[in-house]
Ligand binder design. Structure first.
Ligand code: BGC
Length: 850
């Protein structure tokens, strides 16, 4: 695909200056300061290249030619720019390193680690010939259901900015461009091509834009990707305010603005409003569309020139046309793998640890049960374009089993066994143990609509037996089920062949579930109402076979039985249980939102496990919070894993057994229930009059996450999150003291240094995050009680203490003034708070700004 040859290099040599060629020939990728802007000499080269191109050639350059490639222009020595997803690992068709999801990286609160991950990603990209990485994503989390929250960096613009800038610096240090996406307010995945995210300018400036702004101004990010969603009713790719006024003019962005994959709707409007490159194909920004507009004067050629200039600038800046396509690095990098492991270690958040359940003492655990759908195979990441195919993947089960094997020796009394079950009841048990009063009536019809006479037989069970049927016929099973105990019941169906179709009726009414094919062609359909003991219901399954033999199963389970017999028995006899719950790449991915509840029946399984073992440690995979109401009180320990990448299992084992002290902190508030979230009334479109463009009005404004929970002026009901922003437990304890400020009064704009002492007061080494929040007294405009403005991760040995010094600048005190349309700092009194979560801020000092 890539066009490189000595002829192109030669033509390039004639155009480029000698100085440029010298640099490009002698420098190894890692040694070049790719993060810099282009030099005046390079800008001159760009003008020379541009001058040789026809209008048609220029238009060709602003559209992609296939999924990952742009147009090459041999006459100026320009090769195709190669791109690849994505934010947590390369998706270039070859196996790559899967890093923890960006939300996990944010949970590390460690910009230095983010830079290491960016550098490793940049290296992986280079070793595959990728010029532009399609990440990071920095959209702010509004609601836990957001299908791509796992690809982003949480709810706080400052935290997201610090992680994103470091990540981009890392990627770009390797000679690979980074793409900050999705510009902007792509905070939900439902109806993603049509929904419009609408917010006032202050909300945009203070919450949704800072991470993009920092990526441009501080990290000189190579590219920005316009989102699928509209902003204030205008497609992002046509949104002149975003692309031109803000990004280019105000922030000085001189890189390339690219479309998300198929998010251009009008070529002329996109060309006019700042889009530089349509990907993956020039469907709209094409010769057919643009030439007539230029010829009739409605679009200026200078606009096209400017887009080409930006593409050439990218190429020169990252030397995409003159260096070797692939460097000599091996595709599997031990260094990158180690980075993936370190990020996993440092991002796992310990949310609950009653009675010091964790760490487990590996010596004392003779039987450890590992149960649950997410224990094996490895759940490395969410799905969609962030998927990574790997060389290696360590599941939770493997990680734990390997750790135990490496650290123990079996004795006659204590085998140190790690026993596993996925927790799902076995089909055979379910189907053979369901009893229908008088059995099941089976009717085989010769037509597709269960009409006319049927060949009728009676059977005890429907247990995946071979049933011979006319392929053009239909089958019906009917029976009466009497509840042996009171409770919620589920109809369980095994749809014997992928193309078969079934419908279930309870007392003649069809029941459905959104959760089709829950687990290996097994469907769990809840009976709509709880049954009393002895209550009977008529069950019917209408079946359309797609073959002349089928193998269906039909059974009924009470909620308490949703756990395999083996898992129940393992849990009952184990010294402790690790229950691996959560979402995965099939249940959490772009293109649709996920549920707030865990995937079907996991809640039930957790409760059933907790009823037989008191030492249950739940581990969760997800991009954010889940509904924990039905089980959290029943388990003593909870670890949030996010998506921990290919080495996740190893990191989890180290945390479980205390080799790694958990140090992740929540980058997003975890609500008790969805209704508590400040976006509860504004997350879904309030106005669906036009389904072609539903408007989502961000009416909560700037009061998102902790900015809402911790601000009594807006949170009048004092709704508290279950786990606050910035929170995470440790196996040790820390003490914060001696907060002092470099001045008690200063001029707005002068830097203020905040110092404090942090001490590890426990008995093991560990890390915490010193978090500094700033709040204004009596602001002239409603402001959050306080906002995160600085933080630092600190590792301390037991008994060790250190002094942390952090600097606040003008922006730390500023708000966006809708009146002056600028950042404004009030001459006022402010409080500087310090602590280790948005709700635990034991230290405070006032400062006056003049
Ligand atoms: C996603 C982008 C991604 C692109 C290319 C789109 O569906 O929204 O984030 O970079 O595909 O895979």
């Amino acid at each position: 695909m890539r066009l490189r040859s000595s002829a192109f290099a030669l033509s390039l040599a004639m155009i480029f200056t000698a100085q440029f060629l010298l640099v490009s020939l002698i420098a190894a990728p890692a040694a070049i300061a790719f993060g810099q802007r282009t030099s005046p000499a390079q800008e001159q080269q760009i003008e020379q290249m541009l001058a040789t191109l026809t209008l048609e050639q220029k238009i060709d350059l602003i559209g992609g030619v296939s999924t990952w490639y742009t147009h090459a222009e041999p006459s100026i020595g320009l090769t195709s720019i190669r791109m690849s997803d994505g934010p947590a690992g390369l998706r270039s068709g070859l196996p790559a390193i899967a890093y923890p999801a960006p939300i996990a990286l944010a949970a590390s609160w460690d910009p230095a680690l983010a830079e290491r991950m960016g550098t490793a990603l940049g290296h992986d990209a280079r070793s595959r010939g990728v010029d532009l990485l399609l990440g990071p994503g920095v959209n702010i989390a509004r609601a836990p259901m957001g299908g791509r929250n796992f690809e982003y960096m949480g709810e706080d613009p400052w935290l997201a900015s610090r992680i994103a800038v470091a990540y981009i610096n890392g990627v770009q240090s390797q000679g690979v461009g980074a793409t900050v996406k999705h510009f902007m307010m792509n905070n939900q995945e439902f109806n993603r091509h049509n929904a419009s995210s609408d917010a006032d300018e202050r909300t945009k400036r203070e919450i949704y834009l800072p991470a993009f702004e920092a990526a441009v101004k501080e990290a000189h990010v190579a590219a920005m990707m316009d989102s699928y969603n509209l902003v204030d009713g205008v497609h992002s790719t046509q949104n002149g305010w975003m692309n031109v006024t803000l990004a280019r003019k105000e922030w000085g962005f001189d890189g390339v603005i690219i479309s998300d994959w198929v998010s251009v709707y009008d070529g002329v409007e996109a060309a006019r409003n700042g889009l530089d490159l349509e990907m993956p194909f020039a469907n709209y920004m094409s010769r057919e569309t643009l030439l007539p507009a230029i010829r009739n004067g409605s679009l200026s050629e200078q606009l096209i020139d400017d887009k080409v200039r930006r593409i050439l600038r990218f190429s020169l800046r990252f030397k995409t046309s003159t260096r070797q396509e692939d460097d000599t690095s091996s595709l599997f990098s031990e260094t990158s793998d180690q980075v993936a492991l370190d990020v996993a270690r440092k991002s796992i958040v310990l949310l609950k640890n009653d009675h010091a359940t964790l760490p487990l003492n590996v010596e004392k655990i003779c039987t450890l049960a590992v149960i649950g759908p997410n224990a094996s195979p490895a759940v490395m990441g969410g799905g969609g374009s962030a998927i990574v195919t790997t060389h290696k993947s360590v599941s939770l089960l493997e990680g734990v089993a390997d750790y135990v094997a490496a650290h123990t020796q079996a004795t006659a009394d204590c085998k140190h066994a790690v026993l596993y079950d996925d927790g799902w009841p076995a089909n055979y048990d379910v189907f053979s143990q369901t009893s229908f009063t008088g059995g099941l009536q089976q009717q085989i019809f010769t037509n597709r609509d269960w009409s006319g006479t049927a060949s009728t037989t009676q059977r005890d069970h429907l247990n995946e037996d071979r049933i011979v049927t006319p392929k053009t016929g239909s089958i019906r099973w009917s029976g009466r089920f009497t509840a042996p105990r009171p409770g919620r019941y589920f109809v369980i169906v095994h749809d014997g062949r992928a193309a078969d179709k079934h419908s279930i009726f309870v007392d003649g009414k069809a029941i459905t579930t959104n959760n089709t094919d829950l687990h290996g062609e097994l469907y769990y359909l809840p009976i709509p109402h709880p049954l009393r003991q002895g209550e009977a219901v008529d069950i019917r399954m209408d079946y359309l076979p797609n073959d002349s033999e089928v193998y269906p199963g039909l059974g009924i389970l009470q909620e308490d039985d949703i756990l395999s017999t083996r898992a129940r028995s393992l849990a009952a006899h184990a010294d402790a249980v690790v229950f691996a719950a959560g979402f995965d790449k099939n249940t959490e991915h772009e293109g649709r939102d996920r549920t707030f509840e865990l995937p079907p029946l996991q809640d039930t399984m957790i409760r059933n496990i907790a009823s037989v073992n008191h030492k249950v440690i739940v581990t969760l995979n997800s991009g954010g919070n889940v509904d924990m109401r039905s089980w959290l009180d029943r388990v003593p320990a909870l670890l949030h894993l996010w998506y921990p990448g290919e080495e996740g299992g190893k990191a989890i084992a180290e945390v479980l057994f205390g080799q790694q002290n958990p140090e992740g902190r929540l980058p997003v508030s975890f609500e008790q229930k969805w209704e508590d979230n400040p976006t509860f009334h504004s997350y879904y479109p309030q106005d669906v009059a036009n389904p072609q463009m539903p408007h989502i009005r961000y009416t909560e404004g700037i009061f998102l996450g902790y900015r809402y929970y911790d601000s009594p002026a807006v949170n009048t009901q004092h709704v508290m999150p279950r786990f606050p922003f910035g929170f995470g437990l440790s196996y040790t304890t820390f003490e914060f003291s001696n907060l002092s400020l470099s001045a008690s009064s200063l001029k707005a704009g002068d830097p203020l240094t905040v110092t404090l002492t942090v001490k590890n007061t426990g008995t093991v080494a560990g890390a915490t995050v010193a978090q500094i929040y700033v709040g204004e007294h009596s602001p002239t405009i409603p402001r959050p009680a306080y906002e995160l403005k600085a933080f630092q991760k600190i590792e301390l040995a037991p008994g060790e203490s250190c002094t942390v010094a952090l600097t606040l600048d003008r922006r730390s005190f500023a708000f966006w003034s809708p009146q002056s349309k600028d950042w404004q700092v009030d001459p006022a009194r402010f409080t500087i708070f310090a602590g280790d979560s948005s709700e635990h801020l034991p230290l405070a000092q006032d400062v006056t700004l003049r």
